[in-house]
Design a binder for this molecule. Sequence first.
Ligand code: NAP
Length: 315
Amino acid sequence: MSQPSNMPQFVSRGPLGIVGAGALAHAVAAGWAQRAVGGEGCVQVYARTPGAGQALHDSVQASIGEPTGIGAVCLLNSIDELASVRTTVLAAKDKDLPGAAAELARYPASLPGRIVLHASGALPVSVLAPLEAAGYQIGRWHPLVSLRVKADVRAFRGVGFSLGGNEAALKRGTQLAEYMGGWVLPAIAEPSKYVQYHAAASLLAGGLSVLFEPALAAMAQALGDRDAARKGLIQLLRSVATHLGSVEPREALTGPSSRGDVDVVRSHLEELPDGGAKLYRALLPAMLDMAQDRQTLSAEDRAHIEALLSNDFKD
Ligand SMILES: NC(=O)c1ccc[n+]([C@@H]2O[C@H](COP(=O)([O-])OP(=O)(O)OC[C@H]3O[C@@H](n4cnc5c(N)ncnc54)[C@H](OP(=O)(O)O)[C@@H]3O)[C@@H](O)[C@H]2O)c1
């Protein structure tokens, strides 16, 4: 049996619900916040850990300059209250989605047209099958973005969303994505391709963070100022992203390996701290392939650089 909701009497409940209080939940709640204070009613959040729900509430309220004022976020005491909410986003980790879906499915949809969306990039819509059996329409709503636990009202601006589900779920998912400032990616026809889609995203987002760490360490050592090093590297990253937005990756490749500057590559491998040198070595063959494809690297220079990777050099 649910307890009375933890929301002031004068705040109206909006048509959007969220299960969870992590990274995605923060972004969705913050994205809704202005609509909520604009009169469409609070986003209704069920967090199974009360402290996490309160933290989300406070940071979303603060993000819109209403730390203690009228509620953009209404915390629910029980998941059953979402049975009457028009659209609910299940913002649980992929491995927790079946459990969260089963929990909500214990409370059948109170009216037709109640839609539940999950936000996993890798999982099919069918992970929500118990909810379909309980009268909900089900769908997938995956934002192609990297989120941290932060109430950022702009988190979804310009972000592509990959959607799945029946016509009603696609329509609702599109409305929500566009309201948040996002756009809809081309549909993935085969659910078996969801994993490929998600692997591509994870390779890029995870790989960049892995590369950034030793690059930042080396740059900070060289400059003697970690903040300046970070700022400089971020601008470099932006310039690469700008090139990648308009030309093929091999055309965007720059640096001494792409030009055949063998001595500079050798000194890089000597001077980079261990972690950075290891990654540099791992990536060099792919850089050489690209540069040769583009015809900016001669076979002779390539052979010299490859020799740097030989065991003799490592010793
Ligand atoms: N983070 C990203 O960059 C990102 C980007 C795009 C899509 N997504 C997708 O968004 C979804 C959520 O990811 P996340 O990064 O937000 O995860 P997260 O930060 O780990 O948050 C997960 C939240 O779900 C809650 N939860 C789990 N099982 C629950 C249940 N049965 N009932 C109620 N709450 C439950 C957790 O509560 P407890 O704290 O109590 O465990 C936690 O608040 C995933 O499907 C992910 O693939 C994430």
